[in-house]
Design a protein around this ligand. Structure first.
Ligand SMILES: *Cc1c(COP(=O)(O)O)cnc(C)c1O
Length: 391
């Protein structure tokens, strides 16, 4: 008999009832160090008092009004994002998938309005993840995501990740945009080198093609800069944000330059919930905290420490681990044994990690994790690796 919850997930037998900073707690009081953050979502830890305060005080005054009216906090958060990034304008969504939908629509509408309606093809990379909508799965092209779901949305091309020559070869008069994660998350924490990001920017400029960056997972300070692309000294035309920006409340955004957004006029897009007063209260509190030099400096310091300890862990367990990759507090350990075994051994040792593609175990802790918690996470991962090897 089908369970009452549609069985699209294979769930671990864990039932958390409370969160405190970097900790998740089960009913019986068992505490787990959370190095997954609900897949890079709880950016500032669980039940962060700043966010609890922002949410509850907003909840006491106004939950929802339509985007037909001015929404408290929206201009403030949009201004903050515009101030801190390449962008001139922002649209708020509830998720990364919805941000992907708008990014694709915006890119196609841009060319349409510029008199080139034939430019509708989006070039994406193998191993990418942009969400689960028809457009996002078509961008991925992966069989496990698209098979059985009917006609694939046309206008997407996949090239090998980071292969700039393949992008160049794939660009035609029908190209609208290139979409890429500066650091692939689901694909297995695979960084796109700075030189490749710069080369992509140049290719797009030369061909009159828009560059869409998906920073849903790697953005919001996770890699040590507010957004991951900053380290390459380039800027996209359109950027997708979600996950961390809501700190656990559903919130996403599409950021764009004035030119890239020029086709999106009144009536061309909308959302019932996007940019709600509750989401804006949280988003403003998250941005205020993260878009701060000293906060990001501390993220970088802790990231260096975590990286060093992880390299040590890998060296201690050469039969279990192959190497560490990633940036900032978005790190992956490539495994020699099945990554699921390592993740499960972690549950037994009281540490939560997340599996990713390419047999990688992901570490995406809250940016507020303490030095002591990093040390404790390493002790627990060490225990997990020993147990996984013995099993
Ligand atoms: C999670 C994710 C998405 C999809 O976001 P949802 O909020 O799950 O719809 C898109 N892109 C990347 C890079 C992601 O990590």
């Amino acid at each position: 008999m089908i369970p009452s919850i549609l069985p699209t997930y294979s769930r671990a037998p864990l039932k958390f009832v409370k969160g405190e900073g970097s900790w998740l707690i089960e009913e019986d009081g068992r505490r787990f160090l959370d190095m997954g953050s609900g897949i890079a979502v709880t950016l500032l830890g669980h039940a962060n008092p700043i966010l609890v305060d922002a949410l509850t005080s907003q909840a006491n005054s106004l939950w929802h009004v339509s985007n037909l009216y001015e929404i408290p906090g929206q201009v403030e958060l949009a201004d903050r994002l515009v101030e801190a990034t390449f962008a001139d304008t922002v649209f708020f969504t509830n998720s990364g998938t919805e941000a992907c939908e708008l990014a694709v629509k915006m890119a196609r509408k841009y060319h349409y309005e510029k008199g080139q309606p034939e430019r509708l093809e989006i070039i994406a990379f193998e191993g990418c993840f942009h969400g689960r909508s028809s457009a996002a799965i078509a961008a991925s092209g992966a069989e496990k995501m698209v098979k059985g779901f009917g006609p694939l949305l046309p206008g997407f091309l996949q090239v090998p990740f980071g292969d700039i020559d393949a992008v160049r070869a794939g660009m035609t008069e029908a190209s609208a945009a290139v979409i890429v994660e500066p650091l692939q998350g689901e694909g297995g924490i695979v960084p796109l080198p700075d030189a490749s990001l710069k080369a992509l920017r140049q290719l797009c400029d030369d061909a009159g093609v828009l560059l869409i960056l998906d920073e849903v997972q790697c953005g919001m300070g996770r890699t040590g800069t507010l957004f991951a692309h900053e380290r390459a000294g380039i800027a996209p035309d359109i950027m997708m944000v979600a996950k961390g920006i809501g700190g656990g409340f559903p919130l996403g955004a599409v950021l764009a330059t004035e030119d890239a957004a020029s086709g999106m006029t009144v009536g061309t897009h909308g959302s019932t919930y996007g940019g709600s007063p509750l989401a804006m209260a949280i988003g403003n509190a998250v941005m205020k905290t993260v878009a701060d030099k000293t906060f990001l400096e501390d993220v970088n310091r802790k990231a260096g420490m975590l990286r060093q300890k992880l390299e040590g862990l890998v060296a201690e367990h050469p039969d279990v681990f192959e190497g560490v990759r990633g940036e900032g507090l978005m790190l992956g350990i490539k495994c020699k044994m099945p990554n699921a075994d390592v993740v499960n051994a972690g549950f037994d040792a009281g540490v939560i990690t997340v599996p990713a593609g390419d047999n990688v175990v992901r570490l995406l802790p809250a940016l507020t994790i303490s030095d002591e918690e990093i040390a404790e996470a390493m002790a627990r991962l060490d225990k997990a690796a020993t147990a996984a090897k013995a099993a």
